[in-house]
Ligand binder design. Structure first.
Ligand code: GLN
Length: 426
């Protein structure tokens, strides 16, 4: 097993019984969703995918499309022109509110419907067919695979979308919509009906976390400065009128949608996506909000949390031969947060002896271990022991304290020399 997956499974196990919230039914096709669907996917900057629960169930992207189309529009029109047409202020209103500036008709922000419809109209194209094709290509590049439209959701949404059409007409009459209102609403309905899985959304979020470069395909989808703008708007407006509490409790740029999808990006660390259809009063998926709260705490993800000095974590990974004994030794330094921890686990895998042998983790220069990585390390070490390896950790008190409460399958030493001596003679 893998410790990151273990940690996602743990969050999933603790929340799957949560029965609060209600599946959206104002778009008839959405009401057919299974309220028990619940999947969590995470994609790291190294391009690794981790998953828990149902992460391959397709659903329509809905409002989670909004930040990506905003990033596309920034590239087409440039940041100043986009800002002139759509503001970046949290509206404090529900997602489908008429949040338009008096006089100009400029929508409050691109994460609510009015602003998103105006953003869709900004995508440069010769007509609606090309406009939608460019949107679909963009979403596909973020996901790293060719996406398609759920035609049933699209038909259902188009048949009941009068409120969104009304928003488009209102903006058109105020002069703030740059294209035909009927066509723009239709393109917006198609955009919302693009079919994704939780894994797709996690790759898309990871691409934002990675400065616009898809960490799985290596493709630079949008320029980094546009990603910074997009993530900023997500941080203040991505969770509708739940945005304040979200920033306080989770502290990550995020975007939710009515089909129960939610993405969050932890810059330079990972992208995460949760799918769970029941929504709270603000229109955010209940289990997803709770899951991100737990993960943020475990891995210290809050953007206002000071991560300490960044330096290479794994400073050595090799195998020593001593007589007929093979000893794998991994040396690390600094604070173990998510990214550091992922690198450490990878290094442990590389030097673990092929047959039951000896492993040393030299963590004497590790100065801090967050709860998530501590639990993960305990499980990696437990796994090594279960496979017949004898393991030693050389570490300061901080590691011993962080792993308290986890079954201890390893010997603890104060210095690396003592650990090596134990492996040679023990
Ligand atoms: N297509 C949906 C709508 O416009 C998207 C809203 C959402 O996901 N919050 O009503």
């Amino acid at each position: 097993m893998d410790p990151v997956t273990d940690s996602l499974n743990e969050v999933h196990r603790r929340l799957r019984g949560l029965r609060d919230g209600k599946v959206a039914d104002y778009i008839p096709q959405l009401a057919t969703a299974d309220p028990d669907d619940f999947g969590i996917a995470l994609v790291s900057m190294a391009g690794h995918t981790y998953r828990a629960g149902r992460t391959d169930r397709p659903f329509s992207i809905q409002s989670v499309s909004k930040p990506f189309v905003y990033a596309l529009a920034l590239g087409d029109l440039g940041p100043e022109e986009v800002l002139r047409r759509v503001d970046v202020e949290p509206s404090g209103n529900p997602f489908n509110a008429i949040s338009l500036e008096p006089g100009t008709g400029r929508p409050a922000n691109p994460m609510i419907n009015a602003g998103a419809i105006a953003t869709t109209a900004m995508v440069r194209a010769d007509g609606p067919a090309e406009r939608f094709r460019r949107i679909l290509d963009c979403l596909s590049a973020f996901a790293g695979r060719v996406l398609d439209v759920d035609e049933e959701v699209y038909a259902s949404e188009a048949a009941t979308g009068d409120r969104n059409r009304a928003l488009a007409y209102l903006m058109h009459s105020a002069g703030s919509l740059g294209a035909d209102p009927e066509e723009t609403a239709d393109t917006y309905f198609r955009q919302c009906s693009v079919r994704v899985t939780a894994v797709d959304l996690a790759v898309m979020a990871a691409t934002l976390a990675n400065g616009g470069r898809n960490p799985v395909t290596g493709v630079q989808v949008v320029p980094e400065p546009h990603v910074v703008r997009t993530l900023s708007v997500m941080a203040t407006c991505g969770m509708y009128d739940g945005a304040g509490a979200w920033l306080l409790n989770v502290g990550l740029p995020a975007k939710s949608g009515v089909s129960g999808g939610l993405i969050a990006a932890s810059p330079a660390r990972f992208g995460v996506a949760v799918h769970s259809p029941p929504l709270d009063g603000a229109g955010n998926p209940v289990r997803a909000v709770a899951a991100l709260g737990m993960m943020s705490e475990r891995f210290g993800l809050h953007i206002m949390h000071g991560p300490g000095l960044r330096a290479t974590t794994v400073t050595g990974a090799r195998r020593l031969e001593h007589g007929d004994r093979t000893i794998g030794v991994v040396t690390a330094q600094g604070i173990l947060e998510f990214t550091e921890f992922e690198a450490l686990v990878q290094a442990v895998r590389e030097v673990t002896p092929p047959v039951p042998g000896w492993m040393i983790l030299d963590l004497t220069a590790v100065t801090g271990v967050l709860p998530g990585p501590a639990a993960g390390l305990a499980s990696v070490l437990g796994d090594l022991a279960a496979r017949g390896h004898r393991t030693a950790v050389a570490a300061q008190e901080t590691f011993v304290e962080a792993t308290e409460g986890h079954p201890r399958t390893w010997e603890v030493f104060r210095t690396r020399e003592e650990a090596v001596a134990w492996c040679r003679n023990g």
